[in-house]
Design a protein around this ligand. Sequence first.
Ligand code: CA
Length: 226
Amino acid sequence: MIYLVEDEKEIRELVLYTLNNSGLPAKGFEDGRGFWQAMAKEEPDLALLDIMLPGEDGLAILRRLRSSPKTAGLPVIMLTAKGSEYDKVLGLENGADDYLAKPFGMMELAARTKALLRRARPEKGLKSLALGDICVNIPGHRVSVGGKEISLTLKEFDLLVCLMENKGAVFSREQLLRRVWGFDYIGETRTVDTHILTLRGKLLSAGELIKTVRGLGYKIGEGGSE
Ligand code: CA
C-alpha cells in the first residue's frame, strides 16, 4: 500500500488513479492528521509527501517518520514545488529517498515509485513481468519467450523492462536513452533504434509486440493498462 499526502484534490485524485492503474494500490490523505491516523493502523510500503500542506507540512511529517524506529525505513518521495532547489535539498537532507518536482508526469511518477520500491525492498518490488509470450524475471535477469529462454544484453534487458513496466505508454527515443543509458550518456537516438531492432529479433514472434509509434517513439502492447 502506498500513502499519498497531498492537499490539492485534483493532484491527489490523479496520482491515486495513476498508481492504482499501475498495479500499485494507494490511499490518499489531504493532511498529516489523516495520514498519521492511518499509519497507526497499517504499515504502508512507501509514502509520497507533498511539502506545502495545511497544518503539519511534508518536511515535518518526514522528520517525524525518520525519528521513529518503526517508520525510519519507510521509503519516501517528496513532491516539491516547481523549481524549488531549496525544498529538494531540505527533503533529501531530512532523509527523503527521492523527489519529484511539480508539475510531474504521471508516467514518471509511476516509474519512480516502482524504482524506489524495488530499491528499498527488493523482496516486495516487482519480480516478474509478463506480456503475451514474453516473461521477464527481473531479479534473475532472465527472459523467456513462449517458455524458451533467450539471451539479451544488459541494455536490451533494461530496454525491455522499461517498456514492459509501462505497457502501452509511448517513450520517445530521448526518454529511452535517458532511462536505459542514463543521464550522462552521450549518444545518438539511433542507438535506441539499433537496440530495438536486435531486441525485436531476439524476441522472435513476440517481437511484434514492440510497436513503433510514428513520429513519437516506441511502446510495447496496446492499451494503457493490461
Ligand atoms: Ca500542497
